[in-house]
Design a protein around this ligand. Structure first.
Ligand code: FUL
Length: 490
């Protein structure tokens, strides 16, 4: 009896809904795969920092062998608040710390090993840099993440089942809440090879695909930190972009064939562009260091990337539908060096100058579109500064365009395009043009204009235009465009 009542009730609700919906067009159906809420929020972070710090900082190494004594780790005043202050001041939205790099040394007191900060002179063995940085991040409004190398060149049991248990216990310690919310867990692909391995001093190889049972590791991580994004060559939260130069493909799909790619995937040349026919939403993250190395080395103090180089990397990562993970190594004093912070601040200032004000937002701009889906999907949604609203077209629409005509000619050197990704990544091919003397001419940005995704930024030599337009030539379903913007560097 109860059931039939609720069925009747459900039927009435459906009728009511369909009556009220007839006044407003329905949102387009999602085109799979689509991101999780957490992946959308992660993508909106756009840029955040890596910090490589540990024994290597004091031995001038990049890949510690696992045999260096923890005695070497004796910084007098490492200042995590300085790291957070500099990074937040440079516009970064989060920090990922090498809680454990390949040498196996842990920057937190780890119960399963003595190869950790508790065995070092730092704070007389009472220090915990994971805690200190997580607290500093909270103070400065940064999200906090951890790099936990699956490879461990110190452990005698590396290569056996017992090591996998140890690795899982490390993740449990880091993710169980003592360090607060973790936005990203970084699972590096370098795995297996020579190492100290408790004195065995030999080469060990593992089957990268099966040894860890990564699906079980992912479940463990998400059970403890449901909002965390898991980075690896193949996600599942986000993927390696396939190079360590910080450069995404001009064509960049946020998809992978999920079951195919795993940490240490040999066909990493596929990763800059993703798999157009992929079945899993696994967007790209571009990791790159501000210096040649990932760890700090005195002789690289003069080789810090310039603000201009960082800006270029921003355009080649965030500007191509990827996130920008910039490594800033901490030096032997336990601080971000002056050269690095100067460059970071300079980059942040350059970035502000690139995007002074959106020329398409003025009241004297007329917007014409090929068609509109309905009142909730109007053209104005592209210029309202709100990425949660979008312009869309009726189902079955082929090519579509959006045209912006200025009241007075404007000079511009950049355009920013954004798709409404909660409904999927759709655009396959597009063109941008500008209006001059009554003619539409191509805007030559020197890149493939194929995919857009969460964000695409096109740079070109400054032009004076009476208007601009975007022609969406091919799309997986009706286009859903949340922003079109135009800028001139200040
Ligand atoms: C690589 C590692 O082998 C490097 O040492 C560094 O940590 C980089 C971010 O990832 O795969």
């Amino acid at each position: 009896m109860k059931n039939s009542h609720s069925l009747l009730f459900a039927g009435l609700v459906l009728v009511t809904l369909s009556v009220s919906c007839s006044y407003a067009a329905k949102a387009p159906e999602p085109v799979l795969p689509v991101p999780t809420v957490q992946q959308v929020e992660w993508q909106q972070m756009e840029r955040y920092a890596f910090i490589h710090y540990g024994l290597n900082t004091y031995t001038d190494a990049e890949w510690g062998y696992g045999n260096v004594s923890p005695e070497v780790f004796a910084p007098e005043k490492p200042d995590c608040r300085q790291w957070a202050r500099v990074l937040a001041g440079a516009g970064m939205k989060g920090v990922i710390l090498t809680a454990k790099h390949h040498d196996g040394f842990c920057l937190w007191p780890c119960t399963g090993t003595d190869y950790d900060i508790a065995s070092s002179p730092y704070k007389g063995g009472k220090g915990d840099l994971v805690k200190e940085l997580s607290e500093a991040c909270r103070e400065y409004g940064l999200r906090f993440g951890v790099y936990v190398s699956p490879w461990d060149r110190n452990r005698s049991d590396y290569g056996t089942e017992s090591y996998v248990g140890y690795y899982r216990s490390q993740l449990k310690e880091l993710l169980s809440g003592g360090y607060g919310d973790i936005f990203e867990v970084w699972l590096d692909g370098a795995n297996g090879g020579d190492g100290w391995y408790g004195g065995a001093d030999e080469t060990r190889t593992i089957d990268r695909r099966t040894y860890y049972d990564f699906p079980a590791i992912d479940s463990l991580i998400l059970a403890l930190q449901p909002d965390a994004i898991i980075f690896s060559d193949g996600g599942p939260g986000c993927r390696w972009v396939g190079n360590e130069r910080g450069i995404a493909g001009e064509t960049n799909w946020s998809f992978l064939k999920g079951a195919e790619v795993y940490p240490g995937y040999p066909r990493f040349q596929e990763l800059p562009s993703g798999h157009e026919d992929g079945d899993a939403w696994i967007p790209a993250e571009c990791d790159v260091s501000i210096r040649p190395g990932w760890f700090w080395h005195a002789d690289e103090d003069t080789l810090v990337k310039t603000p201009e180089q960082l800006l270029d990397l921003y355009f080649k990562s965030v500007g191509r539908n990827a996130n920008f993970l910039l490594n800033v190594p901490v030096n032997r004093d336990g601080l971000i060096s002056g050269a690095d912070s100067a460059s970071l601040y300079g980059f942040n200032e350059l970035l502000a100058r690139e995007f002074p004000c959106n020329l398409l937002q003025g009241s004297n701009v007329t917007v014409n579109v090929s068609s509109e889906r309905g009142r909730d999907f109007r053209a104005e949604n592209m210029t309202d500064g709100d990425v949660d609203t979008y312009w869309s077209v009726p189902d079955g629409t082929g090519a579509a365009y959006a045209e912006f005509v200025f009241g007075v000619p404007e000079r511009l050197d950049k355009m920013v395009l954004q798709e409404y990704i909660p409904l999927g990544q759709r655009v396959v091919d597009f063109d941008v043009e500008y209006l001059s003397d009554g003619k539409w001419l191509p805007l030559d940005c020197g890149e493939e204009t194929s995919t857009i995704g969460y964000k695409r930024i096109l740079r070109f030599a400054p032009v004076t235009a009476d208007g601009v337009r975007v022609i969406f030539k091919e799309s997986r379903g009706p286009v859903c465009v949340s922003a079109v913007e135009a800028f001139l560097r200040h």
